[in-house]
Each structure stands twice: as structure tokens, then as C-alpha cells.
Design a protein around this ligand. Structure first.
Ligand SMILES: NC(=O)c1ccc[n+]([C@@H]2O[C@H](COP(=O)([O-])OP(=O)(O)OC[C@H]3O[C@@H](n4cnc5c(N)ncnc54)[C@H](O)[C@@H]3O)[C@@H](O)[C@H]2O)c1
Length: 505
């Protein structure tokens, strides 16, 4: 930010100096009928410059700052950016002109200098930014970050299902890293998870159903890459309505990928699941035989196959088999085993374990978001067409061990073990490939996740973990009529820029 402010300060000063010099040439010409060095006239112009330059610099930097010139990672659509620059530079000269007028003879700046300096500053500030954007775009193109079809904003990311448990964490991390982010989501579980982002210039929400191709086309246009997280998530939720699950989890994945491919999107990240491994005593890696034991897992493995089948020189899917996720998010979920047990411990001081010997891999939601970013930033040839298990080897636990971790955080909790096992999944997973290929390392543990949940309960951020919006199956059962059967063929775009909110339907 400081560097950008310094460049702008130098530019503004240069423009003022040039405008004054031109005025000096005109004055010298009209006095002597030619250009000659009049020491007195020159000293007077130098005096004016010294008195006015610091005032103009101060006014300009304040207005540029307020106009968002130095906000980290802010990337505007070019049309909008031109307008912001025009507005900020004009405001600067209006404010500066008023101050000069009030100061009167103390500064003595000829009024005719103002429009010339304004025009030069406009060209200077706009030109430097345009040159920077063009160079940056060329560099990104060389890196293979985008297709040649539409290079409007190669660093931009479309997060499909971005309002969900993982998406709402990922979106914020991407914004922090300077990406422009668009989310396509139907907001099945409410809009609370992203509401505080609506006023950002670098964020856009396309609220729509991704089974609707029109909404997908609208969302994909102009994007650099896609992360597809949207799905009916979890075995019980998927079992509610098999046709709906098939449409959302499999058919729509193909639609989104085909539209992306058509629009020249090169990098397509897909959230699959380690539950494709089903039940096994082996340690499963990416080459292991898959054995899905639920509809949810079957839709994931079928989607992986579809995506690999349409891979081409210009379209590179990356398949991420996520371990079971845990930890707090902007859309908390308490239908995930660690989160549910931690919330039960914090609220009820008792937890129920069914079985206990089953192995499951766990990963913190923050680490999942980091792994996704790692795949977005890795050279394309390293990740293209690859399957990665996402998690870390130390995250493989038996469910009984999870109960022990929770007891360590909430010592008074009573643990009841039941013999009937409702969830057949039992697998240990190797995460060696993602660590070796992308250098991915998890920063958080299951204990961190438990502490976060217990803290959220203690501080009142979660008032009742049983509420339906925290559980996909509960919410979809209660709102099935609208959530499942309706495929809206309209969509709305919420794009809030500084001049206000625009919505189209
Ligand atoms: N959470 C986990 O433990 C876990 C584990 C393995 C894999 N995954 C995968 O990661 C992805 C994200 O999971 P999550 O936990 O964030 O789930 P989530 O249920 O919190 O988020 C899914 C999002 O998709 C949106 N969505 C669903 N159907 C839609 C439709 N037809 N049109 C538009 N939007 C729609 C929902 O509104 C929601 O915001 C999923 O693909 C899931 O299968 C999650």
C-alpha cells in the first residue's frame, strides 16, 4: 500500500509541476514574446509550487484512500475502475481548488493551472494502472492461469456452493489473498454466512440454483477458475430424495463443468469425499479401490469419473477427496461427528458413541480451505487431472479416541458407548500425496476444533446446536417442499458496489 501511495504522490506532484511549467512558458511568452529565463518569474512559480504541492498531495492521498485505491487486493471490473479513478481525481482537484481559492494570495496558484493539472493527473493515474493491469495479465497468461477465451480477470474464482460450511471459510481466505470472488449458491441454509461481504467491491453473489444452466452461465462468465463445493452433503440428507441428490450432486456437476469448459475455464476443483473408500481395514490412498457405501459417496465417485472423462488440453479438473471436516465456520454444521459431539458435550455434558472402533480421517475446515487455495495456486501441470486426499495422517482417529479428546476439553462429560453402529463407514486414509506434491500441512487439530465449538457455545455464538439450519438432513426434511422440488429458473445477482446495490432477476 505504501509503495502505491508513494507512486501516486510522485505522479500528482509531477503533474502539478508540469502544469505550472506550461503556465510559466505561456506567461514568459506573453511578457517577452518568446521563451526566455526570467529569474523573478521562475522564482515566483517555484514558490507557488512549493506552497501548493504538499497541500495537493495530502488532499489527493486522502481522497484516493477513501475511494478504495489502496484496499488490499481490490480488483475492479475495468468499467467501474475507470469511473472510480475519474471521480477520485476530479474530487481531489475540486477540493484542492476550493482550498487554493480560500487561501487566495497566500498560495497564488493561477486558476488556469488547475484544469491542466487535473487532466494530466487523470491520464497519469489511469495510465499507470492500465499499464500495470496489462503487464500483470500477460504474466498470468504466461503462467497458464487462464484460457484465451475470456481474460477479464484471471485471478477471480467462482466458488459454487460458497455459502456453505467450507465455502464461507474459503471465500474469506480467497478475498484476503487478493482474489475477486463470485459465489453461486441457492442459500439453502440461509444467507447469514456471507451477508457481511455484500458491500465489498471484490465479492459478488449470484443467488441461484446451479441446476439452472442460465444461472451457471451467468456465474461462470469472466471467471479465472472454479471451485465446486455445491452439493447435498451427508449420507442422511442425500437419502431423503434420491432424484434430487442425483440432479444436484451428479447431473449439475457435469453442467457446471461443461459450461466452465465452454467458457475457457482451465482449472476446475471438485470437492469429493474420502467416504468413497467405504469400509476397509487397509490404509487407503488415491490409487486404492473405491467402495462407496452410500448414495452420497456414489454421486461423488461418479462425478469424479465424469470430470476426468471431459478433461482436455484446455480444461483441467482437480479432484479433492476431503476427510470429514470439523471446526467452526460462518455456516456452522452440527451434523458432522466432531462438531456434534463437541456441541453435545458443551450443552448436555453427555455424548453418545455408536461403536467406537471405526476409523475416520478428520481435518479442520481452515486446513481444507488452505488446501484448496494450494491447488488453485499450484502450477497447473502439477495438479491437472489429479486426485488428492485432503487431510493429514495424524487426523486418522477411531471414534472412541474422539470421545477421549472431547473429555480432555470438557472433563465432566459422560460418554455412553452403544453397540449398534448406524454409520458403516470405517477407513483410514493416507495423505502423503498432497503433502509431497503440494507441501500441504495441516495447521489445526481435532482438539482445536473441539475447543472452538466449546468456546462458541460458551460465548453464546451458538445458542442451540439442535436448530435445523445447523443440520443438512433436518433442514431439508423440514423445508423439503421448497428446497427440493423447486428448481427456480430465475436467479438474482447481488452485486454491491459503492454506489449501491444492484439486483437483477
Ligand atoms: N463437510 C464435510 O465434512 C465434507 C467432507 C467431504 C466432502 N465434502 C464436500 O465439500 C463440499 C462442501 O461441503 P459443506 O460441508 O460446505 O456443505 P454445505 O451443505 O454446508 O454447503 C453446500 C452449499 O451448496 C449449496 N447448494 C446445494 N444445492 C444447491 C443448488 N442446487 N444450487 C445452488 N446451491 C446449492 C447450499 O446452499 C450450501 O451453501 C460438498 O461438495 C461436500 O460433499 C464435505
Amino acid at each position: 500500500m505504501l509503495k502505491r501511495m508513494l507512486v501516486d504522490a510522485v505522479l500528482v506532484n509531477l503533474c502539478l509541476a508540469l502544469a505550472l511549467f506550461m503556465r510559466y512558458v505561456v506567461a514568459s511568452w506573453s511578457q517577452a514574446g518568446g521563451l526566455f529565463v526570467d529569474q523573478h518569474l521562475m522564482r515566483s512559480f517555484l514558490g507557488i509550487y512549493v506552497k501548493s504541492a504538499s497541500l495537493l498531495t495530502l488532499v489527493a492521498l486522502v481522497i484516493f484512500y477513501v475511494s478504495g485505491f489502496y484496499t488490499r487486493g481490490r480488483i475492479y471490473i475495468s468499467r467501474y475502475k475507470t469511473f472510480v479513478i475519474f471521480q477520485a481525481v476530479t474530487l481531489t482537484y475540486l477540493a484542492f481548488g476550493s482550498l487554493v481559492f480560500l487561501a487566495g494570495a497566500t498560495i497564488g496558484l493561477p486558476r488556469s493551472v488547475l484544469p491542466v493539472a487535473w487532466l494530466m493527473t487523470l491520464i497519469g493515474i489511469g495510465g499507470v494502472r492500465l499499464a500495470f493491469t496489462l503487464v500483470e495479465r500477460e504474466v498470468l497468461l504466461d503462467l497458464g492461469a487462464v484460457g484465451a477465451f475470456d481474460v477479464r480477470d484471471p485471478r477471480s474464482v467462482l466458488v459454487v456452493g460458497g455459502a456453505g460450511y467450507i465455502g464461507s471459510v474459503l471465500v474469506r481466505k480467497l478475498l484476503d489473498r487478493g482474489s475477486r470472488v463470485r459465489v453461486l449458491d441457492r442459500l439453502l441454509y440461509g444467507e447469514g454466512s456471507l451477508a457481511d461481504l455484500y458491500n465489498r467491491h471484490d465479492f459478488e453473489l449470484v443467488q441461484g440454483d446451479f441446476r439452472n444452466v442460465e444461472a451457471v452461465v451467468r456465474a461462470v462468465q469472466g471467471m479465472g477458475s472454479i471451485v465446486h463445493l455445491g452439493a447435498v452433503v451427508g449420507d442422511p440428507a442425500c437419502a431423503l430424495d434420491e432424484e434430487f441428490t442425483f440432479e444436484v450432486n451428479l447431473a449439475a456437476t457435469r453442467v457446471i463443468a461443461e459450461v466452465g469448459k465452454g467458457y475457457g475455464i482451465r482449472r476446475f476443483l471438485f470437492a469429493s469425499s474420502c467416504s468413497v473408500y467405504g469400509a476397509s481395514d487397509e490404509i487407503m490412498d488415491e490409487r486404492s479401490e473405491v467402495a462407496p457405501v452410500s448414495l452420497y459417496a456414489r454421486t461423488k465417485i461418479e462425478s469424479e469419473r465424469v470430470l476426468l472423462s471431459i478433461m482436455s488440453d484446455g480444461f483441467s479438473p482437480v479432484l479433492l477427496r476431503l476427510a470429514t471436516v470439523c471446526g467452526m465456520s460462518h455456516r456452522p454444521r452440527f451434523d458432522l461427528v466432531v462438531n456434534l459431539l463437541a456441541a453435545q458435550a458443551a450443552f448436555d455434558e453427555k455424548i453418545n458413541i455408536f461403536g467406537g472402533d471405526q476409523w475416520r480421517p478428520f481435518v479442520h475446515v481452515d486446513d481444507v480451505a488452505n488446501a484448496i487455495i494450494g491447488c488453485l495456486e499450484a502450477p497447473l501441470e502439477v495438479v491437472r487431472g489429479q486426485v488428492f486426499n485432503v487431510g493429514h495422517d495424524a487426523g486418522n482417529y477411531r471414534l472412541a479416541q474422539i470421545a477421549e479428546i472431547i473429555k480432555g476439553v470438557v472433563p465432566d462429560v459422560v460418554v455412553s458407548v452403544h453397540q449398534n453402529v448406524e454409520d458403516e463407514r470405517n477407513y483410514r486414509v493416507s495423505f502423503e500425496k498432497i503433502a509431497r506434491t503440494l507441501g500441504f500441512q495441516a495447521n489445526k487439530t481435532v482438539e482445536d476444533a473441539v475447543l472452538e465449538i466449546v468456546d462458541a457455545v460458551g460465548t453464546g455464538r451458538v445458542v442451540n446446536y439442535r436448530r435445523p439450519e445447523y443440520s443438512n438432513v433436518k433442514w431439508l426434511s423440514e423445508n423439503g417442499e421448497t428446497a427440493i422440488t423447486m428448481v427456480p429458473n430465475i436467479y438474482s445477482v447481488v452485486m454491491r458496489m459503492s454506489e449501491g446495490m444492484s439486483a437483477t432477476g
